[in-house]
Ligand binder design. Structure first.
Ligand SMILES: NC(=O)c1ccc[n+]([C@@H]2O[C@H](COP(=O)([O-])OP(=O)(O)OC[C@H]3O[C@@H](n4cnc5c(N)ncnc54)[C@H](O)[C@@H]3O)[C@@H](O)[C@H]2O)c1
Ligand SMILES: [Zn+2]
Ligand SMILES: [Zn+2]
Length: 380
């Protein structure tokens, strides 16, 4: 926890017939990596982090039919078999075959988790991630998507996670033409949700964040309305912008590490909660009656005082979870290929992989107006 170093480790090798080894050309740091960095999601042994990566196939297992050495691929962050009960319905993040040690139906704190994720602790399969020069990609007949030469790494890298995540939030929110959408969090995921909301015909998109520079980014790249999260009249302003009713759809793109006062921190310690569910609470207040709340921000513990009364009174619909990256990657790719969306306008820093430790510090502590860092082994 709190200690990211750049070390030399053994190169990955083919372990299963359907593995490939990818030589990384670009990889990004995600807000989800910060939950491990900050100790909100536990990991005792050292491992290679990183679940947003792309590169070139360097080695192929005997059972791989879809890929060849030399193919350039982006790889969704969830690892999935493609044919189990869940995968066959498009719920690849719940794949029954990619997290053999810690998978289960209960969804407990420290066991019975969902499917495997790259570089995301032993709870999610213990797979090494792609913030490295090489990564082993299991179940390679299912996840990786081949990218044509005409598109740059920066244009397509976010198909691995954050664009399909923003897209999932908008799908789960059932955003339709004419809707108003309020999005809490204007970090990389919030910015992608803003883009996805416009692409689904939203009439008004409102971004909320305590950091002015991130709201500025939202206004510049996505032309959305913004309100500072610390504005005393936050809710009144949201209602004013949405006919007094609240937004048709509210999206939580913050999760448990929302900003907190000292009092809120003390309360969390007393209640044995990890972080806070305050943004979830705000979403239920900001959405209109019979509206939908979509939650892609990560939560890792139970919370006292969860506003179940409001959810009942307002008749809300809610959907949470890991994004459906496999399900939506093709749709998202088409948006990029057709020029309907630009994803790389959120990148603020491109650094060599060897500067990963500094990059984590900058992204976590919001230094140098950092929004999204891309690490490139090739720059070393
Ligand atoms: N569900 C998924 O599949 C999935 C995929 C990727 C990321 N995530 C999660 O999405 C969340 C956001 O990721 P990110 O990469 O954008 O991280 P980030 O940490 O850069 O962004 C979070 C943003 O929330 C803002 N914020 C803090 N408190 C707030 C408040 N009270 N109201 C409004 N905004 C507030 C922060 O200032 C920051 O800009 C994280 O929890 C991450 O783990 C989930
Ligand atoms: Zn992520
Ligand atoms: Zn499966």
């Amino acid at each position: 926890m709190g200690d990211i170093t750049v070390d030399t480790v053994d190169d990955p090798i083919i372990e299963e017939e359907d593995d490939v080894i990818v030589g990384i050309t670009s990889t990004a740091i995600c807000g989800s990596d910060l939950h491990i960095y900050d100790g909100f999601i536990p990991q005792l042994r050292d491992m290679v982090l990183g679940h947003e990566f792309m590169g070139v196939v360097e080695d192929v297992g005997r059972g791989v039919t879809r890929l060849r050495k030399g193919d350039r691929v982006v790889v969704p962050f969830t690892i999935a078999c493609g044919h189990c009960f869940y995968c066959s319905q498009g719920f690849h993040a719940n794949c029954a075959h990619s997290n053999p040690k810690n998978y289960g139906p209960r969804g407990n704190l420290l066991d019975n988790k969902g499917g495997g994720l790259f570089g995301y602790t032993d709870l999610y399969g213990g797979y090494n991630g792609g913030q490295a020069q090489y990564v082993r990609v299991p179940k390679a007949n299912v996840g990786p998507k081949i990218i044509p030469a005409g598109l740059s790494d920066d244009q397509v890298l976010f198909l691995t996670d954050i664009f399909p995540t923003g897209w999932s939030a908008v799908k789960w929110g059932k955003v339709k033409p004419g809707d108003s959408v309020v999005i809490f969090g204007s970090g990389p995921v919030g910015l992608m949700a803003q883009k996805a909301a416009w692409l689904h015909g939203a009439e008004r998109v409102i971004a909320i964040d305590p950091l002015e520079y991130r709201l500025e980014k939202a206004r510049t790249v996505n032309k959305v309305d913004t309100i500072n999260a610390e504005d005393d009249d936050l809710m009144d302003k949201i209602y004013e912008m949405t006919n007094g009713r609240g937004a048709d759809v509210a999206i939580d793109a913050v999760g448990m590490e929302a900003n907190r006062s000292l009092l809120e921190k003390a309360r969390a310690v007393l209640n044995a909660e990890k972080g806070t569910a305050k943004v979830l609470d705000l979403c239920t207040e900001a959405v209109r009656r019979s509206g939908t709340v979509a939650v892609v921000g990560v939560y890792g513990s139970p919370y006292d005082n969860f506003p179940i009364h409001r959810i009942f009174d307002k008749g809300l619909i809610m959907q949470f979870g890991q994004a459906q990256a496999h399900l939506y990657i093709d749709q998202c790719f088409e948006m990029v290929r057709n020029g309907k969306v630009t994803l790389d306008d959120i990148i603020t820093h491109r650094l060599p992989l060897s500067r990963a430790s500094e990059a984590y510090d900058m992204f976590k502590n919001k230094k140098d107006d950092c929004v999204k860092v891309v690490l490139k082994p090739g720059l070393d």
